[in-house]
Design a binder for this molecule. Structure first.
Ligand code: PMT
Length: 328
């Protein structure tokens, strides 16, 4: 089955209820950082859902936990970028990702002395917590990060287009890092029942349709001079590089980061029109908890600096800690 056009998708699927609020936040964030001459990266993270009912009880989902996007956000902040972190609700987020499950509570002590209860960080946890807390506080104090969230594929696309509209003014200073796992198949709005599908009616027959690829209007129309990085996930190694190359040829963006489902946390292949570069973490690095995202982001920061030089936009990438620039 062929997919409808992207225009059709937006015509059929209405914006989510909180859309105008998010659009205002995006606009304010981009205008502020544009004013200061900063670079902004849009990081998309986590998987989108496809509801099977309007009053949604069931939906089609995917595996993405948001590890790639949340970790990468921290490294972009370290390199001086302002970050729009566009993430699936309840997926991993920068900084707090280090303390999932019981980890945070295990770091705390509590003393109850009558009416005075004090909570302290265990001495051996201070070294772990302090650097993360400091980076978190610095990013938020500087207004360097904006969180916006989605759940369904249609919410994702509405936010994506709104973010692009705001980023367009930054021209080549904008980076798009599209790490979200976006649904490829969906049930168009008109075919979705209002209420919970009843089992008494027998097994439902649900026909999925192809979701239009938003990379096409994104690269050609919405942010034509930005540095756009897409991701490609495969489970068959033989398809990975050919499909990454095919995407570059088709959409004419700057880079595809290829990864395999099983090895995505320690191996990626970065494909550009001129080169293919593999990043692999050693066994020791994996055990030491090194994030592969630090290397991925470093390469993209370098490539973006090159892109800026090519565009004559001056501002080279770099900087150890986030610091807002003075107004121009
Ligand atoms: O979150 P983690 O658990 O850490 O996992 C990270 C990841 C494996 C999800 C991430 O590294 C990754 O590979 N993300 C992309 C997954 C993928 O293969 O997407 P895709 O082949 O469906 O799409 C390729 C590109 O096209 C994506 O960058 C996407 O933004 C874009 N796309 C996808 C669908 C669509 N309808 N329009 C699009 O523009």
């Amino acid at each position: 089955m062929t997919s409808g056009s992207w225009e059709e998708f937006f015509a059929i699927h209405l914006p989510p209820p909180d859309f105008e609020d998010n659009r205002s936040l995006l606009k304010e964030f981009c205008e502020r950082h544009e004013h200061y001459g900063n670079k902004i990266v849009l990081v998309t993270s986590g998987g989108t859902t496809v509801p099977l009912e309007h009053n949604t009880v069931r939906f089609v989902d995917n595996f993405s936990a948001g590890t790639r996007g949340s970790a990468s956000t921290e490294y972009f902040l370290e390199h001086g970028y302002a970050v729009i972190f566009m993430h699936r609700q309840k997926s991993l987020e920068p900084f707090t990702r280090h303390f999932t499950g019981q980890k945070l509570l295990d770091m705390l002590d509590i003393q109850e002395r009558g009416p005075n209860t004090t909570i302290t960080v265990k001495p051996d946890s201070v070294d772990v917590l302090a650097p993360i807390l400091l980076r978190y506080k610095a990013a938020h104090a500087a207004g360097a990060i904006l969180h916006v969230s989605f759940t369904t594929v249609s919410e994702y696309f509405w936010l994506l287009r709104a973010a692009c509209e705001c980023l367009a003014n930054l021209g080549p200073r904008a980076v798009l890092y599209l790490a979200a796992a976006v649904s490829d198949f969906y049930v168009p709005k008109d075919c979705v029942p209002t209420h919970k599908i009843q089992s008494e009616s027998g097994p439902p027959i649900i026909q999925l349709h192809l979701v239009p690829k938003m990379l096409a209007p994104l690269v050609n129309l919405w942010v034509p001079t930005a540095y756009v990085v897409s991701f490609k996930l495969e489970t068959d190694e033989n398809l990975l590089v050919p499909k990454a190359r095919a995407a570059l040829e088709k959409y004419k963006h700057k880079m595809v980061v290829g990864n395999m489902l099983q090895t995505r946390h320690h191996r990626v292949i970065m494909v550009t029109p001129d080169a293919t570069q593999e990043i692999i973490l050693t066994r020791e690095e994996v055990h030491a908890g090194v994030d592969i995202e630090s290397s991925i982001v470093l390469e993209i920061v370098r490539a973006h600096a090159e892109h800026l030089r090519g565009a004559g936009a001056g501002a080279a990438a770099g900087g150890a800690d986030w610091a807002p620039r003075e107004p121009r």
